[in-house]
Write a protein that binds this ligand. Structure first.
Ligand SMILES: [Zn+2]
Ligand SMILES: [Zn+2]
Length: 253
């Protein structure tokens, strides 16, 4: 390895460390590609899209080549009966809620999604995390265990529509009311294929039309005024997304 290449790798490492420290509190504008003080590298770099600056609640976002790496503890930034009595995040269950036996516990979940998502053959979403919301809570699809309908599980949702799995992984299957309280057209998060998820309305306040089988369409959003494929949350199954529009990245933890 030449000295110049070594220096280049050190520079990238320092950038990654900085991002890991600042996490979701940094705005995306501070995330810049390593500049070339060397002349021998051919590494291509892409700036983190500004929309990732909307992740908070301790979510750490960084770049690894053409991949966005998102790390979350999956602990919600709102109250829930699932924190358990005595926890500062606890609140009593709402009327009619059937509290399940699981409780919220901090997780170590790492998503790796394409920084420049592109269309691919539509594919099934998995059980378990299929995306992550801006507050770090993971997004699940429209199925319970065994790909059964959510019919009975719905009663166990707290008032923000979340509940924890048997592994104490808190998640939303349906509209995260804590996040759409900011606006029904709010940016909710991203799915594993890197495409963004929005609330139940488009930016102009209308219900989104011409949604495809994955719950998405192409159009302008506040974050992508030039237009982008994006998912919308709807009130009936599949709620968040019926399939992936692009090639899915990975999730671990
Ligand atoms: Zn569930
Ligand atoms: Zn739309």
């Amino acid at each position: 390895m030449t000295i110049t290449k070594l220096l280049h790798f050190v520079a990238i490492g320092s950038t990654a460390a900085l991002l890991a420290t600042c996490g979701g509190e940094t705005s995306a504008t501070s995330v810049t590609a390593p500049t070339s003080s060397t002349t021998t590298t051919t590494t291509t770099t892409t700036t983190l899209p500004a929309v990732y600056g909307k992740f908070g609640n301790g979510v750490q976002v960084s770049m690894d080549g053409q991949t966005v790496v998102i790390r979350t503890t999956d602990v919600p930034d709102h109250t829930s009966p699932y924190f358990g009595a005595g926890n500062s995040g606890y609140e009593a269950p709402q009327t009619g809620m059937v509290v399940n036996p699981n409780r919220i516990a901090s997780q170590t979940i790492v998503f790796r999604v394409p920084v420049s998502p592109s269309a691919a053959a539509a594919s099934d979403t998995p059980l378990g995390p299929m995306g992550v919301a801006t507050n770090g809570v993971v997004l699940f699809n429209q199925y319970a265990a065994g790909r059964m309908p959510l019919t009975n599980e719905i009663f166990s949702f707290d008032r923000f529509n979340g509940h924890p799995s048997p592994s104490n992984q808190y998640h939303y299957h349906v509209e995260p009311l804590w996040l759409t309280a900011k606006g029904k057209a709010a940016f909710i998060g991203v799915l594993l294929d890197g495409f963004p998820v929005y609330g139940t309305q488009d930016e102009n306040g209308s219900a989104p039309g011409n949604l495809d089988g994955c719950n998405g369409h192409v159009g302008a959003t506040s974050d992508f005024p030039q237009g982008i494929y994006h998912y919308h949350i709807v009130s009936a199954p599949p709620y968040i997304a019926g399939c992936f529009h692009g090639a899915a990245g990975t999730v671990a933890g």
